[in-house]
Design a protein around this ligand. Structure first.
Ligand code: TEU
Length: 540
């Protein structure tokens, strides 16, 4: 890959993740919706993002906020129905913003007509074969078929009452009981996914974020897990529930369909740590991009960050695909809090935004990241993530990073909705963080994001497809990509910057040095380099 303009649009894009429940509410029901997104497209244009990734908006009983899909080819009325999606696609495209949707192929909602038919049809039926039904173990089959646990806590199996009124088979759900896993050995399952892919691609969407892209295929015989040592909401590479090699045939099928739409992109959610195994998903006939979560899992520590960056680059280079960078999303929480919270957490978050946007490849911003929002400590009674119930109230789940965005005004709901009864309560102290206030303040986190996104878009220095580490103290990172140098001070003492013209820093320099928890972008000074070495040329 050479010049940025010769690469596909997604190779260097800044994606903005919209969690639609929490972005903007247009109809006053306290839940965000697609017309809310339409109404804020000019804001997103002003921010300077290239594409949106919408978390699921298809028809759903919302047991896992849309990741339990009852009809993948229609939009839930809560989000405004199909017409709202058509308005969003048209209005986003009019502003040059691409739209990618979440696709959930591992499971459906238990309210999906297939699952309802499976319950009604009974054991051994063709309808049951679209899901993973098994007889139980132990006397009268009263124990689950194996020892797998749900990612959200509790057993991964639920027993059904058969049409004759007796307890009968069990069905597999790696997530909530309302999210039965599909049987990907049944060809009808792919045929239906193909319909879904084409349905949205024909309506103009520019691609898909594929949920649990390392799921779907299950090992024959569904063997027990060796040891149940996984924390909730996480799993290891050797976990039999995920990353079975048969999953790659599914991705090849998906890619063959998407290839009919040459500009469309597929982005897999790949929770696979090993670089070689991760890269298998990015082979030329599989996914275009894969989320690499190493940066999102790293502490604000120079060694950990360097390791995350090196491994992300190494994994991407195996198949020569663009790397991806993400520090926050609706599952892993907000980075301001992860980096220590308060002013320090915010300083580090701003610095890390510069690191992420200086690196080659595609970057993902989670809505509210540009406002410097932290996670919110929510009271027990408002928690909605199924993890809270399924863990027996030991794991609070992911609601704290899903609180609606503050737009304007001085009191909740801060212009998010006309109703004060928002689906999660908004903290009063977010009065200082509204879009309205931050747009007026040139020093705000929002103004800072606008500035760095503008530089990334406009300056030719951001064209690198590799990085070189430059000498730095152990507790700092300095790297060069294209004609850009990025320095991050993750230590405790001011850092002397390398030669170059300062483009921007995430906080003011002190006596010409980079303070702790701060990053800077510099451009290479070609005049001084050429004086030393007349044959030197800019590197791409
Ligand atoms: O997440 C899949 C997944 O494996 C996560 O549960 C992950 O292990 C964990 O969140 C890491 O912290 C996807 C969606 O992103 C998530 O929101 C859904 O709940 C889940 O799939 C089920 O569809």
């Amino acid at each position: 890959m050479d010049r940025v303009e010769d690469r596909p649009w997604w190779a260097h894009a800044v994606f903005y993740q919209v969690y639609p429940r929490s972005f903007a509410d247009s109809n006053g029901d306290g839940v965000g919706d697609l017309d809310g997104v339409v109404a804020r497209l000019d804001y997103l244009k002003l921010l300077g993002v290239d594409a949106l990734w919408l978390n699921p908006v298809t028809v759903s009983p919302m047991a896992d906020h849309g990741y339990d899909v009852a009809d993948p080819r229609d939009i839930d009325p809560l989000f405004g129905g199909l017409a709202a999606a058509e308005r969003l696609i048209a209005e986003a495209h009019r502003r040059g913003i691409k739209i990618t949707m979440d696709l959930v192929p591992n499971h459906t909602s238990s309210q999906h007509q297939w699952f309802q038919a499976a319950l009604a049809a009974g054991p051994g039926s063709a309808a049951r074969d679209r899901y993973i039904f098994r007889g139980g173990r132990g006397p009268r089959g009263s124990k689950p078929p194996n020892n797998w646990e749900s990612v959200f806590g509790g057993p991964a199996w639920t027993r059904v009452v058969e049409p004759d009124g007796n307890p009968g088979q069990w069905y597999l759900h790696l997530f909530d009981a309302e999210q039965p896993d599909l049987n990907w050995d049944n060809p009808e399952v792919f045929d239906d996914l193909e319909k879904t892919l084409r349905f949205w691609l024909e309506r103009g969407v520019d691609g898909f974020r594929i949920d649990v892209a390392h799921g779907m295929a299950k090992p024959p015989g569904l063997p027990d897990m060796e040891s149940v040592d996984n924390r909730l909401l996480r799993h290891k590479d050797r976990d039999p529930r995920f990353n079975h090699p048969n999953v790659h045939a599914i991705h090849r099928h998906i890619r063959a369909v998407v290839n009919d739409y040459p500009d469309a992109v597929t982005i897999g959610e790949i929770w696979v740590h090993d670089n070689t195994r991760w890269a298998e998903y990015l082979r030329p006939d599989e996914l275009h991009l894969g989320f690499n979560f190493r940066l999102a899992q790293a502490e604000f520590d120079a060694d950990e960050l360097r390791d995350a960056i090196e491994n992300t680059l190494a994994a991407a280079s195996i198949e020569d695909v663009p790397p991806t960078w993400t520090v926050a999303n609706h599952d892993v929480g907000r980075e301001v809090t992860r980096y220590g919270g308060g002013q320090v957490g915010l300083d580090r978050a701003r610095a890390m935004a510069m690191v992420m946007l200086a690196l080659p490849g595609a970057a993902f911003i989670y809505n509210g990241q540009e406002l410097g929002l932290p996670d919110v400590d929510l009271p027990d009674e408002v928690l909605q993530d199924p993890t809270w119930e399924r863990s027996g109230h030991t794991e609070r789940g992911r609601d704290g990073c899903r609180v609606p965005l503050p737009w304007s005004g001085d009191t909740p709901p801060f212009g998010f909705s006309s109703s004060s009864d928002t689906w999660l309560p908004m903290p009063a102290e977010w009065a200082a963080l509204t879009v309205e206030k931050q747009l007026r303040d040139s020093e705000s986190t929002l103004s800072f994001f606008r500035r760095i996104l503008q530089l990334r878009r406009a300056r030719s220095e951001f064209s690198g497809s590799r990085i070189d580490w430059l000498p730095s103290p152990r507790d700092a990172l300095i790297f060069r990509s294209g004609d850009l140098i990025c320095a991050l001070n993750a230590g405790h003492r001011p850092l002397t910057l390398p030669d170059g013209e300062l483009l921007v820093a995430s906080a003011d320099l002190a006596d010409g040095k980079l303070p702790p928890n701060t990053a800077a972008w510099l451009t290479l000074c070609w005049s001084s380099i050429r004086r030393l070495c007349p044959t030197a040329r800019p590197m791409r």
